[in-house]
Design a protein around this ligand. Structure first.
Ligand code: FAD
Length: 402
């Protein structure tokens, strides 16, 4: 397939964006010998290093495994069986694996993206075009949509006509803006708080995820690898990361995660420091004409409950399978039901993130009523087996139906 022809080139599916969602759809299509082109604005080297998520739910790991996409993950990821809440100067370990037999898997997003690109391009012979510029979607409401783009530094535009466009270009992509407002609703929620997202060159200081609920604000600890740990510190929205010196970061982490009998945190150089203004959105429906949105392009869920990459994979499994079914034999039910099937899990996860946000942030509002109710929610997890079971189900994404 040439990329320098000014005349349109046809491919059944154009996938916009090479994140977990787009690459998973691409891999599913290639496994069924369906041709597609993946367009990505960044370089391959860049997306293979971009740090973000790290927690995968068990059903997502099984979904990747069933599609031949989890070889390295299964060999290298660590299984987590518990998380620990720290509040009131005490440690409260929540052993969800003991309760449910289910686990979380920790596998950094850059490793997953590296695996998915390698499988798509090097093993399944997929066509991926990196560092593209000016991606535009056209004629989505017709039976013959197209996508145009240019190469860096070149004025000439390439045009790909196709049967379907997969909009998997994340929160800042162009696909979502192509959905016409009269045909879709975008529901938004702003938490009114920020998180300083940190990556430290330091080994994890616990065998599990830590949630510190403290009057100064929330603090989180999440292992990424034996050498790198992600930390979060609640901060004002729009705060400048430069306000957070190395010493201030570590002093706040020590204070907010302090608990009787807890080993001290291992400090290290901060290799990422950025402020996330916590917000969510959901596009309904996740389809417009021949465009199907997947992952963060369709719904953003603040990283409060580590759900975003899991939802991106859920969309990709459903969409990849539905496209294959349609393009193979014309079975269109999967595509017709795609949006609704995704949105049920999306809204469930959004609700859980909102619930958890109040647990994390309520005590730092200065409002004694919200502090009282958020501590009541926390205590209930350790006093009521029914509440513990419900929390575990939502935290692990294991409901029998959504
Ligand atoms: P992305 O990963 O954003 O991929 C979209 C791709 O499209 C990118 O490569 C981008 O460069 C490309 N692109 C953008 N615009 C264009 C364009 N115009 N044309 C072509 N390509 C384009 N989720 C979890 O499940 N667990 C976690 O533990 C977790 N932790 C997180 C921690 C942080 C700090 C953050 C920020 C997020 C976290 N998430 C987590 C969320 C998770 O990272 C995202 O939900 C996930 O990356 C979504 O995947 P995606 O494929 O939809 O989008």
């Amino acid at each position: 397939m040439t990329t320098d022809s000014p005349s349109p080139h046809h491919t059944p599916v154009v996938v916009v964006g090479a994140g977990p969602a787009g690459l998973t759809v691409g891999n599913i299509l290639r496994a069924a010998s369906v041709d597609c082109v993946v367009l990505e604005t960044e370089s391959r080297a860049f997306i293979e290093r971009r740090p973000r998520a790290g927690v995968l739910e068990e059903w997502a790991v099984h979904g990747l495994r069933r599609r031949g996409l989890a070889r390295n993950l299964l060999a290298g990821a660590r299984r987590h069986s518990a998380c620990e809440f720290r509040f009131g100067g005490e440690r409260h370990r929540f052993s969800y694996a003991e309760l449910t037999g289910r686990h979380h898997w920790v596998y950094p997003q850059p490793l997953l993206v590296t695996d998915l690109v390698a499988e798509y391009v090097d093993v399944r012979g997929g066509d991926a075009r990196f560092s593209v510029r000016g991606v535009e979607l056209h004629d989505l409401g017709t039976g013959r949509p197209s996508v145009s783009y240019s190469d860096p530094g070149a004025a000439e535009r390439h045009v790909l006509t196709c049967d379907f466009v997969v909009g998997a270009d994340g929160a800042r992509g162009v696909s979502r803006t192509a959905v016409v407002p009269e045909r879709a609703r975008i529901a938004r929620h702003d938490y009114g708080t920020g998180w300083l997202a940190l990556l430290a060159e330091a080994p994890p200081s616990s065998d599990c995820v830590l949630f510190g609920v403290h009057p100064n604000g929330f603090a989180g600890h999440m292992a990424r690898s034996p050498e790198v740990t992600r930390y979060y510190l609640q901060c004002p929205p729009g705060d400048d990361p430069e306000n957070w010196s190395h010493d201030r970061v570590w002093s706040e982490l020590h204070e907010r995660l302090a608990a009787a009998g807890a080993p001290p945190l291992t400090e290290g150089r901060l290799i990422e420091k950025r402020v996330l203004d916590l917000h969510d959105y959901v596009v309904e429906p996740m389809a417009y004409g021949r465009l199907f949105l997947a992952g963060d392009a369709a719904h953003l869920v603040a990283p409060i409950a580590a759900k975003g990459m899991n939802l991106a994979l859920h969309d990709a499994f459903l969409l990849g399978d539905a496209l294959v079914a349609y393009l193979d034999g014309g079975e269109g039910a999967g595509l017709d039901g795609y949006s609704q099937a995704c949105l049920r899990r999306v809204w469930d996860y959004q609700e859980f993130s909102q619930w958890l946000s109040e647990v994390y942030h309520g005590s730092a509002t200065g409002d004694p009523f919200r502090a009282g109710t958020s501590f009541a929610r926390l205590r209930r997890l350790f006093t009521s087996p029914a509440a513990a079971a419900a929390f575990a189900e939502q935290y692990l994404g294991t409901a029998a139906r959504y």
